[in-house]
Write a new protein. Sequence first.
Length: 200
Amino acid sequence: MQVFVGKPAPDFTAKAIMADNTIEPEFNLKHYIKNRKCVLFFYPFDFTFVCPSEIIAFNNRLGEFNERNVRVIAISVDSHFSHLAWKSTSYNKGGIGNIQIPMISDLKKDISSSYNVLTDDGMSLRGTFVIDEEFIVRHLLVNDLPLGRNVDETIRIIDAIEYHSLHGEVCPAGWKKGDEAISPSHKGIADYLASNADKL
């Protein structure tokens, strides 16, 4: 099964290191989400270079995700033992510290394969997947290995999904919470562009 926007997310069960550093031998994605939104993000390997900056950035914004009732989950092809060792390593030694995000072990690489982020070299690309309360993939972004993610953009996407769900309006380029949106009609886009085209 491959992942597509607008289709159900591939479910999985795997070993995980939880926020409190306990080992969950059968972490299940659908069970953990429990009708919430979720950000599932893949990264190449523990103890690498761009990856800790991304994981710490997600962790530093957990309050914003929690306010939006969004679960955040990290996943790579490393073992759960490696995840725990990385969490036990301080920032000044290249570690991620005691982050509060569950870390999934995709040691068999079948999860990365099902989400279409597995490279020929057997590591995960920087894939970010936003899954809604109905377990539908609403957004995906895959970066090449040297390119770190913008976590604030992930939050912006979540806000846009929520805004559309509540109001039925669609969100234009660069939209962020509090901005004007578009009524999904010819008149709606004409009105929006009349006052906003030069700001895009």
